[in-house]
Write a protein that binds this ligand. Structure first.
Ligand code: GDP
Length: 457
């Protein structure tokens, strides 16, 4: 582990702002305990063991009590940040909490920036960079599958893979160097095959991990699900039925949904970001025209497209053409054709295969629809609950670059290039891997990662 550096103390409220039973103020850094002790009336905190809790009062500069508190002490390096840390649990009122924080700040402690505690934890080697990112993912997770994915990463599962890849590259480098040493002695050939096998295996393993990204992205960010169809097809009604509240305005006047309306909906642990689009039709209305444009954009960025057709209205040729057109434009994106208002369906065959006919009003086939949405969203995607998923674009990009360097080394090998060339590729691959766990990093990357955090984390 890296040596712990204790920086000047920082403090922040670590619990959400608002009223609650208790709130926690976290203080971390050099002499954090002695500093809090200056405002603490109770035992002498500087004489207490690590991981102990003490009851007392926080007193202000005028020696008036601010609040009754419990303080928990963490000696360095056995804390989240690795630094000396005090967590003050006070009463959870907005003003009380703020007053306790201000009392601590008045002792010369600085307000923490968002994510600064976690950043210190990373710099002190308490967490790898991918684990620090997982902390933010966990806090922002909006579905149980997203929580699972963040936990896997927080436990270091991604880090384990990266360490294994690192070792494989180091082994390959050793073989290349061995080859350089014995170049005169004809050991080259056997060695080359072995080296090739090692690099090919590595290449496959990286590719397999990369393949999980598509699922990882859906699990972490949610499945962008776009509802399209003619005005009055029943889009808003379906969205409301799924979400279970009156999120979208439902009326009988065609063209009510003028903008896209988004709502988060979770099913079986997977988050769907439902986007109800303005009815797709030519329009003279400026506001509505803007809405139609946005619907087109939402369609292009969708992970799942649902086209709704009102079964109480006959099919026009133009509508059939429109559906076929959308279907072909959706390309790889799963496209679902749903017949709506099955309760008042027109008599007569449709000559069109619907994936499902539903009635949102009567709750008919809604369960089947939910299951269908999940199945189609994850179709052709690798997913099993225990598998590790790459969920971040940063990690995907670094893995992709690593793979390119390994590919390049394999090409160099097959073209009979000298070991020096191979070494260059392998070193570059190692460097890319190091950016994932944070052995290699720069300020900009760190800033962008830690700015995603809330204050107090
Ligand atoms: P949108 O323009 O596509 O968003 O359509 P709406 O959701 O606003 O629905 C248009 C009209 O159809 C409203 O009067 C709804 O009450 C009605 N509607 C929606 N779904 C059903 C259904 O399943 N059965 C029946 N009978 N009417 C429905």
């Amino acid at each position: 582990m890296t040596d712990i550096t204790q920086k000047k103390p920082i403090a922040a409220i670590a619990t959400p702002v608002g009223e609650g039973g208790i709130a926690v103020i976290r203080v971390s850094g050099l002499e954090a305990i002695a500093t809090v002790n200056e405002a603490f009336k109770g035992k002498d905190l500087t004489k207490q063991d690590s991981h102990t809790v003490h009851f007392g009062k926080i007193m202000n500069k005028q020696n008036l009590p601010v609040d009754e508190v419990l303080v928990t002490l963490f000696h360095s390096p056995k804390s989240y940040t690795g630094e000396e840390t005090v967590e003050i649990s006070c009463h959870g009122g907005v003003l009380v909490t703020q007053s306790v924080l201000e009392t601590i700040l008045a002792l010369g402690v600085r307000s923490a920036e968002p994510g600064e505690f976690t950043q210190r934890a990373f710099l002190n080697g308490k967490l790898d960079l991918d684990q620090a990112e997982a902390v933010a993912d966990l806090i922002h997770a909006k579905s149980s599958k997203a929580v699972d994915a963040a936990h896997q990463q927080l436990e270091g599962r991604l880090g384990e893979h990266i360490k294994k890849f690192r070792q494989q590259i180091i082994d390959a480098t050793a073989m290349v160097e061995l080859e350089l040493d014995f170049i005169e002695e004809d050991v080259e050939f056997a060695n080359k095959e072995q080296l090739q096998k090692l690099l090919e295996d590595l290449d496959t393993e990286i590719a397999e991990l990369l393949e999980t990204y598509e699922t990882g992205r859906l699990v972490k960010d949610g499945v962008k699900t776009v509802l399209i169809g003619r005005p009055n097809a029943g889009k808003s009604t379906l969205l409301n039925t799924l979400v279970g509240s009156d999120r979208a305005i439902v009326t009988e006047i065609a063209g009510t949904t003028r903008d896209t309306i988004d709502a988060d909906w979770s099913y079986d642990g997977l988050l769907f970001k439902l986007i109800d689009t303005a009815g797709l039709r030519e329009t003279q209305d400026v506001v509505e025209a803007e809405g139609v444009k946005r619907s087109q954009k939402a369609f292009e960025q969708a992970d799942l497209v649902i086209y709704l057709k009102d079964l109480s209205q006959s099919f026009t040729d133009q509508e059939r053409k429109e559906i076929a057109d959308f279907q072909s434009r959706a390309k790889e994106t799963p496209f679902i054709l749903i017949g709506t208002k099955a309760d008042i369906e027109l008599e007569g065959g449709w000559r069109t295969e619907f994936d499902l006919k539903i009635s949102a009003l009567e709750g008919e086939k809604i369960k089947d629809l939910k299951k269908l949405l999940k199945d189609r969203a994850l179709e052709n995607k690798h997913y099993d609950a225990s598998s590790l998923l790459v969920t971040s674009t940063r990690h995907r990009d670094a893995l992709q670059k690593t793979k390119e360097h390994v590919d390049s080394a394999l090409r160099a090998l097959s073209q009979g290039m000298t070991g020096d060339f191979l070494s260059i590729d392998l070193r570059a691959a190692l460097k890319e891997l190091g950016t994932i766990t944070g052995e290699i990093t720069n300020e900009d990357v760190l800033d962008s990662i830690f700015s995603r955090f809330c204050i107090g984390k």
